[in-house]
Design a protein around this ligand. Structure first.
Ligand code: GLU
Length: 427
């Protein structure tokens, strides 16, 4: 039987592989392969029926040598301390590879938002902030939205922080709603960033976007924005998959002429769940959830959760697939990654491909600090420039040192963080 998936073991394994190659000393390795600080807490929350439920929350600050820790807060029923640890580590590398003056952190609450009313979610957000307010802050650790959290959740957390402190602290959180300190383009930023990276990879491969078709796993915020921009640059998405809450399993929706984002959005709930019957009426075939991976396409974009492309299903990927852009964090397990490398598939690793979200968070911080907000085109233009230069940096390193894109991205990120730790005299 294969070992149960553990994202933290995977993140540490990826780190060890590159750290050894970089010749890091033992102290630096020991420092970087574990989070510097973590907080675990109980959240007592009054439910709508008058009862009290205790939720578990986490915030992990992996490393803040390059700047305040930065990273989202996820709401998920299967959240674990180890997953948050892994995600916080990936945030450190993500901010470093994008060359942002930020470190890495991540938070999570074990809860199932599908079964919680909005007032209950608001009380979870406020309880979370009451527990963590003393340990985060604009100059310490700055949360943001992530899986199943949105600008509204961030605003409730911001409000709780400001009520506690008695003042305005827009820098304590990013991904805020536009008009409440948020940046235009933040919602689209992660998905758009994935496609900026896809566009650059296709350029290197000498392939025109309009000659490609893709399958996407997930239909949440990242997937929807990626589909939107990929369409704009000429590509066609022929299949998307999403989680079906009622059946507790995923389904894949295929339409060979291409999915119509606007039309599908109309039959999708706020968690990215597509209504099956309505999709059938719109002309989509409904297939088992895993079908997204075996489509005869040029590009795969896993934009859901970790552990999606595994040793078991990697062999089902069509020989036609030449490019995989990881919109999710940690979607490909190391054994699957090895197979893809052997097959010569160009993989844009997660912490490069999905760095658009945190890059736009950084632009939100800059705007917040000036209290002057840019037009959407200006934000997206800066995002494009920053993502493109991160991509080119990684691909040049990959070429020069004959590394996979993942190892090249790790090499750049770890070297930058290790340097910051050395410069500060920590190691
Ligand atoms: N949650 C996003 C990520 O995983 C964005 C984090 C941020 O903006 O701080 O990269």
């Amino acid at each position: 039987m294969s070992k149960p998936f553990n994202a933290y073991a995977m993140a540490q394994g990826q780190f060890d592989k590159v750290a050894d190659g970089l010749g890091l000393d033992q102290g630096t390795k020991d420092l970087l392969r574990e989070p510097m600080r973590e907080y675990h807490f109980s959240l007592p929350v009054r439910m709508d029926d008058g009862s009290t439920r205790i939720f578990r929350g986490f915030r992990v600050q992996h490393n803040d040598a390059r700047g305040p820790a930065k990273g989202g807060i996820r709401f998920h029923p299967q959240e674990t301390a180890d997953t948050v640890r892994a995600l916080s580590m990936w945030m450190t590398w993500k901010c470093a590879v994008a060359n942002l003056p930020l470190g890495g952190g991540k938070g999570g609450v074990i809860c199932e938002p599908h079964n919680l009313s909005m007032p209950e979610q608001e009380r979870i957000c406020r309880a979370y902030m009451r527990q963590i307010a003393r340990d985060i802050g604009p100059l310490r650790d700055v949360p943001a939205p992530d899986v199943m959290t949105s600008g509204q959740h961030m605003l409730w957390m911001l409000d709780e922080y400001e009520q506690m402190r008695g003042g305005h602290y827009p820098g304590v959180i990013t991904g805020k709603p536009v008009g409440m300190g948020g940046s235009l383009g933040r919602t689209e930023a992660t998905g758009y960033g994935v496609v900026f990276a896809v566009r650059e990879a296709l350029k290197e491969m000498g392939v025109r976007p309009q000659d490609t078709i893709a399958a996407v796993q997930g239909f949440g915020n990242v997937a929807q924005s990626a589909i939107e921009l990929y369409r704009e640059i000429g590509g066609t998405v022929v299949a998307v998959s999403c989680w079906d809450q009622a059946d507790q399993q995923p389904y894949c929706f295929r339409r060979k002429s291409g999915v119509d984002l606007a039309e599908l959005r109309k039959v999708t709930d706020r968690f990215g769940g597509i209504a099956r019957q309505k999709a059938v009426e719109l002309g989509y075939e409904v297939l088992p959830g895993e079908a997204w991976i075996e489509q005869d396409v040029d590009i795969l974009m896993p934009c859901a959760l970790e552990n999606s492309i595994t040793g078991e299903n990697v062999t089902r990927i069509s020989a036609r697939v030449k490019l995989i852009a990881e919109g999710a964090n940690g979607p490909t397990t190391p054994d699957a990654d090895h197979v893809l490398h052997e097959r010569g598939v160009f993989v844009i690793p997660d912490f490069l491909a999905n760095a658009g979200g945190v890059t736009c968070s950084y632009l939100e911080q800059v705007q917040s600090n000036m209290n002057y907000f840019w037009e959407k085109d200006e934000v997206l233009g800066k995002l494009d420039t920053m993502m493109t230069s991160a991509f080119i940096g990684v691909s040049e390193t990959a070429r020069k040192r004959r590394l996979s894109m993942r190892d090249a991205a790790y090499t750049i990120a770890i070297a930058r963080v290790a340097q910051a730790c050395r410069d500060r005299g920590w190691v």
